[in-house]
Design a protein around this ligand. Structure first.
Ligand code: ADP
Length: 426
C-alpha cells in the first residue's frame, strides 16, 4: 500500500462528508471520499485527504463509536497525521450522543487530552457566539431544527448540549480570544487543559475566524466540527510545503457511457429541479409507489423505458412528490417501508443501467444516494468540480468506473439537472 495521507476525516453522514471533501478540495488538497468504514488495506491513490462517510448520526452511541474508531485506525495506518471528526453545522445530536461519545473515543484512541468543537459555517448562516449557535438570525433552539424528527435541537447553548453527552469537562473559547489570533488560542487551550477541560466549544462568526482557528490548530492531532472548520487546515500543510497549490479542477473527464438522473428526494429544491427538467422537455418517468407495490411498475419496465428514452439528453426517473402525497403513501405503507421501497427500486435500477452502459449518474437525495452508491459497488470517490455549493462531481476509484453527482435534497439551483452535465468531458 502506498498511501500517505495527511488529513483523515470521519463524517457522520454521506452528504455531510461530500460537503467536507469539497471544502478540502477547494482549498487545494487532493481529496477522496470513502463510503462506509474503509477496508484495512484500502488504496487511497495519491490522496492528501481522505473523508470517510459514515451513517452514524442517529444510530446507537456504541455503534457510532465502533465505526468511527475502525475508520480512524485505517486512516492512521494510511499515514494521517491530523484527524477531523465532522458533524452537522446545526450540531445534530440527541441528549446522549453521538457527538460527545465519538469525540471522546477518538481523543482516547489518538491520546489527545483536549480538542475543540466548532460546527460554525458562516457561509450557510451557522455562527457561534458566547457558545450559542445561531441559524441565520435565530438561535438554534428557535430555528426549524427545534422540530427535527430525529434530532430536535431545543438548546442553543452548545457548551451545555455537549456537556450533557460527554464525560470530559466542556469549556468555551470566546470570540475575543479567536479574534486575538492563533497564539492567543493556543495559550487558552494549554490553560484549559491544565484546568481539566477536555472539549472546548469555539466561537466563530465569520470565515476569517475559522481560518484563524485553523491556523491555531496546525499540528493538532484531533479537531471536531463542521465543514467550516476545515477551511483553514489545508493552508497549514501548504505553509509546510507539503501540498501544492492546485485549484480544484473546473471540469472532469468522465468515463464514456450514457447518462441518467435518479431523483428520490422529495425536498423543495429537488422538486423544483424535477419540474425544471420536465419543463425543458427532458424525458421523465414518474415512479408511483402504490404501482410498485401493486406490481404494475417494475424495475425491469423502468429500465427498459430509460434505455428507450436515453438519447443525447439524459432521462430522468423520479419519485419526488409533494409532502401531502408522500404522507399519504407513508400512511398506507409505513414511513420506513415507503422509503426503503423507493430506495431499493432506485438502487436496483442503477445496477441494471450500469450493466447496460450507463456510466454517468446524477442522484438526488441523501438516503437515495447512499442506497444507489452501495448497490453500484462504489466505495471510494475522487472529488471533482463543484456543480453547486456543497455538490461536486465525483469519479469512482477502483470498482466500476463511474461519474457520480450525489445531491443532498435541498442543494442546487432549479437548473441543476440540466446544467450539471456541462462540467463533464469525454
Ligand atoms: P433528501 O436528501 O431530500 O432528504 P432522501 O433521499 O435522503 O432525500 O430521502 C427521501 C426519502 O423519501 C427516501 O427514503 C425515499 O426513498 C423516500 N421517498 C421518495 N419518494 C417517495 C414517495 N413518492 N413517497 C414516499 N417516500 C418517498
Amino acid at each position: 500500500m502506498t498511501n500517505s495521507i495527511l488529513l483523515g476525516a470521519i463524517a457522520d453522514d454521506l452528504t455531510g462528508a461530500t460537503d467536507l471533501a469539497l471544502m478540502l478540495a477547494r482549498n487545494g488538497m487532493r481529496t477522496v471520499q470513502v463510503v462506509g468504514v474503509p477496508e484495512e488495506d484500502a488504496d487511497f491513490g495519491d490522496a492528501e485527504a481522505v473523508v470517510v462517510a459514515l451513517k452514524s448520526r442517529t444510530i446507537g452511541a456504541d455503534d457510532a463509536v465502533a465505526m468511527s474508531l475502525a475508520s480512524a485506525m485505517t486512516l492512521r495506518q494510511a499515514g494521517a497525521e491530523q484527524f477531523l471528526f465532522k458533524y452537522c453545522s446545526t450540531f445534530d445530536s440527541t441528549a446522549t450522543g453521538n457527538i460527545g461519545p465519538v469525540a471522546e473515543a477518538l481523543m482516547d484512541f489518538l491520546e489527545v487530552p483536549i480538542a475543540i468543537a466548532c460546527p460554525a459555517f458562516p457561509a450557510a448562516g451557522r455562527s457561534i457566539y458566547q457558545g450559542h449557535l445561531f441559524v441565520g438570525s435565530a438561535l438554534l433552539s428557535d430555528s426549524p431544527m427545534r422540530d427535527h424528527p430525529l434530532t430536535p435541537m431545543r438548546d442553543a447553548n452548545l457548551v451545555r448540549v455537549l456537556q450533557a453527552q460527554s464525560t470530559a469537562k466542556v469549556g468555551l473559547i470566546p470570540l475575543d480570544i479567536i479574534s486575538a489570533g492563533p497564539e492567543a488560542i493556543r495559550a487558552v487551550l494549554i490553560k484549559a487543559k491544565q484546568a481539566g477541560f477536555g472539549l472546548m466549544i469555539a466561537d466563530a462568526v465569520r470565515d476569517a475566524d475559522l481560518r484563524v482557528l485553523g491556523e491555531a490548530l496546525s499540528g493538532a492531532r484531533l479537531i471536531t466540527g463542521g465543514s467550516g472548520v476545515a477551511m483553514g487546515l489545508p493552508d497549514n500543510f501548504r505553509r509546510q510545503g507539503r501540498i501544492g497549490t492546485e485549484p480544484v479542477p473546473a471540469r472532469m473527464i468522465a468515463p464514456k457511457g450514457k447518462s441518467v438522473i435518479l431523483s428520490g428526494s422529495c425536498s423543495t429544491a429537488t422538486r423544483g429541479q424535477v419540474q425544471a427538467a420536465i419543463d425543458a422537455g427532458r424525458p421523465a418517468f414518474r415512479i408511483v409507489p402504490a404501482d410498485v407495490v401493486a406490481g404494475s411498475q417494475t424495475v425491469a419496465d423502468i429500465a427498459n423505458w430509460v434505455l428507450e428514452h436515453s438519447g443525447k439528453e439524459p432521462a430522468l426517473v423520479y419519485s419526488s412528490d409533494d409532502p401531502d402525497a408522500v404522507l399519504a403513501v407513508q400512511k398506507k405503507l409505513g414511513r420506513e417501508e415507503a422509503g426503503l421501497l423507493v430506495e431499493q427500486l432506485m438502487a436496483n435500477l442503477a445496477v441494471i443501467l450500469r450493466d447496460n452502459g450507463f456510466s454517468r449518474f446524477v442522484v438526488a437525495g441523501g438516503e437515495t444516494s447512499g442506497a444507489v452508491v452501495g448497490a453500484l459497488g462504489v466505495h471510494t470517490l475522487q472529488i471533482g468540480p463543484e456543480i453547486a455549493p456543497g455538490v461536486p462531481w465525483t469519479r469512482s476509484i477502483a470498482g466500476p468506473d463511474l461519474a457520480l453527482a450525489l445531491k443532498s435534497g435541498n442543494f442546487g439551483a432549479p437548473d441543476f439537472f440540466l446544467k450539471a452535465w456541462d462540467l463533464l468531458d469525454d
